[in-house]
Every structure is written in structure tokens, then in C-alpha cells.
Ligand binder design. Structure first.
Ligand code: NDP
Length: 298
């Protein structure tokens, strides 16, 4: 409702949020709880209407949302959608500080900074590292990158969402940290589900299996204790395990999956990787020597 949008509210208490999926909604609620005037826009109007009832101001157009204040947060599925959403409203970017907390690649974040600068806006890219219920809670943390002075000027307002972790000038850095951590989540989630499929094929329910999964996951950090030191130094401790043993073990996992009649692409991939590591001369090195096979493809 355009007549409700106040340009007189002090800037430090004013935020526009574009994108009202679960994440955008959580952000709106955090800012409202902190006393901000929050202007929202969303493609699906019903979501904006619902959050309007909680105290947000609903802009009818993206241009109106951008006009409402300097600080603009985007929470969209990806960066391409940002261009769609801003299409036709680019002139309203002049003087705005665009904080894109949507997921995408580092390269997309770099292109977005250029676009923002073309239209006279400042830009930061960010990656939210928690799910919506934790936004604004002490556990929440968010990576940011882009111009340091932009981050410094708005850090206090951004801190409403969670701890801010500034990664550097390159706007791609926040996405790199974000995607690299999500890679761990995605592969771990698939491996847990794959193991569930393996035991399910033998009639073991997920509930029966779960306590073992949880105990085992709890033990994993110990494996990674010296990982950073070893990866950085290129010296791979094999006091507790050798690649030779791990390669044999990985093939046992793959064969067990094959025998169970479930998909084996994931386990075959790991088995191949370990075998290649051994073939490259790391048979008597520790597990972390697998990094040698994962480094940049030349
Ligand atoms: P959703 O994908 O559920 O929603 C994001 C928003 O994108 C919605 O407002 C949606 O509008 C909008 N959108 C999608 N397609 C279009 C389009 N073609 N045109 C216009 N608007 C469009 O994402 P979330 O809210 O879950 O997450 C937002 C961002 O935060 C994502 O980048 C996600 O990766 C990241 N994130 C999410 C987490 C989570 O657990 N949810 C955790 C950490 C990060 P509409 O309502 O109209 O569909």
C-alpha cells in the first residue's frame, strides 16, 4: 500500500525485503521484532498479504518497494530471478544498498555487483548458513562479501538476522563459502539416505537404523581433526588408516550396495576415487590424501 510507505522513517530502522519464501518471511519477522519498518514485495501476492497482517508494509510494485528505503534485501531462489524481479524497476536502484542473500554461484554474484553499480546501487552478496527458524537466533550466521565500507556501514542492521561473517572484497567469496559448506550438507544427506536404502532392502527400517546413524555421525569430527593441517601441508597422516585399506573398504561398501540392488553411482564414485588415490602413489598415506584427486582439473 503505497500511501503507507514512509520515506521519513530513519534509515537505520528501515528495510525492504524482496522475496517471501520461508527464508524471506523469517527475515521480515526478525526485523519486525527488532522494531524496523519493513517493506515487502513478493511475486505471489498472498504471501505479502499474510505478512502485512504481522506488521510489514506491502508494496504493490518492486519499484515502490525499492523507493521505500535505502537498505534492500533480496531473498530469492537464485540470481536470475533477481533480474526478472528488477526488470523495469532498475532506475529505482539508484542510491540503494542491495544485499542479495539468495543462493547462486560466485560468478553470478560478481555479475550482480556490476549490474548494481551500473544503476547506482551498492551491492553485497551473502549466504545464509541456517534454516529459517534459526534466522535472528544466536546460532544464525551469514557470510557476506563485497565492498568493506558497504558492509561496515550496514553491519548493525544486518546483525538482526544473525552473526555476520565478512569474507572479503570479491562479491563471489560469500557464495564460495556458502556453496562449499552446502556441498558437505548435500553429499552427507545423500550418503545417509543411500545407507538407509541399503538397509531398507534388507527389511531394516529407518527408525531401527537411525540411532546408529546418529552415533556414527557424532564420531566423524574426530576424522577431520587434522584435516586442514594435512590438506594445507600436503602431508597425510596414516597412523590410524591407510588409503590402501580405505580403497578396499570402499569397494566393500559399493559391492554391498550392488548386492542390495540399490543405486551404486555414489558408492562407485567413492570407490573409484580411493582406487585412483592409491594408484597415484598414496596407498600408504592417510584418507586426506584423496584431496590430491579432487584438486582443480588442469
Ligand atoms: P524459495 O525458493 O521458497 O522462495 C524464494 C522466493 O523466490 C519467493 O519469494 C518466490 O516467489 C521467489 N521466486 C521464485 N521464482 C520466481 C520468479 N520466477 N519470479 C519472481 N519470484 C520468484 O526460497 P527460500 O525462501 O527457502 O530461500 C530463499 C533463499 O535463501 C534461496 O536462495 C535459498 O537457497 C536460501 N536459503 C534457504 C534456506 C532454507 O532453509 N529455506 C537456508 C539457507 C539459505 P513466490 O513466493 O512468488 O514463489
Amino acid at each position: 500500500m503505497s500511501n503507507n510507505i514512509s520515506k521519513n522513517t530513519p534509515e537505520h530502522k528501515n528495510v525492504t525485503i524482496i522475496g517471501l519464501g520461508p527464508m524471506g518471511q523469517a527475515m521480515v519477522r526478525s526485523y519486525l521484532a527488532s522494531g524496523f519498518t519493513v517493506t515487502v514485495w513478493n511475486r505471489t501476492v498472498s504471501k505479502a498479504e499474510a505478512i502485512e497482517k504481522e506488521g510489514a508494509i506491502r508494496a504493490k510494485t518492486v519499484g515502490e518497494a525499492l523507493d521505500a528505503g535505502k537498505l534492500v534485501i533480496l531473498s530469492l531462489t537464485d540470481y536470475d530471478i533477481m533480474y526478472k524481479v528488477l526488470d523495469g524497476a532498475e532506475d529505482a536502484l539508484q542510491g540503494r544498498v542491495l544485499i542479495n542473500l539468495s543462493s547462486d554461484t560466485p560468478e553470478k554474484a560478481r555479475e550482480a555487483e556490476k549490474m548494481a553499480h551500473r544503476y547506482g546501487a551498492k551491492f553485497l552478496s551473502g549466504g545464509v548458513m541456517v534454516d529459517p527458524p534459526l534466522v535472528g537466533k544466536p546460532e544464525a550466521f551469514i557470510f557476506y562479501s563485497g565492498e568493506r565500507e558497504v558492509f561496515d556501514s550496514h553491519q548493525a542492521d544486518l546483525a538482526i538476522l544473525g552473526k555476520s561473517d565478512y569474507r572479503g572484497r570479491d562479491p563471489g567469496l560469500s557464495q564460495l563459502y556458502y556453496q562449499a559448506l552446502l556441498n558437505i550438507m548435500y553429499t552427507s544427506a545423500v550418503s545417509v539416505l543411500h545407507s538407509n536404502a541399503m538397509v531398507k532392502a534388507a527389511g531394516i527400517t529407518a527408525s531401527e537404523f537411525e540411532p546408529y546413524v546418529m552415533d556414527f555421525l557424532g564420531m566423524l569430527p574426530r576424522f577431520f581433526h587434522d584435516l586442514a593441517k594435512e590438506v594445507d601441508s600436503g602431508s597425510y597422516n596414516s597412523d590410524e588408516n591407510t588409503m590402501r585399506m580405505m580403497a578396499a573398504g570402499a569397494e566393500h561398501v559399493a559391492q554391498t550396495a550392488r548386492d542390495a540392488g540399490v543405486r551404486t553411482d555414489l558408492t562407485d564414485l567413492i570407490s573409484d576415487l580411493y582406487r585412483q588415490t592409491v594408484a597415484a602413489g598414496h596407498g600408504e598415506d592417510g584418507l586426506t590424501s584423496t584431496i590430491e584427486m579432487l584438486k582443480k582439473i588442469s
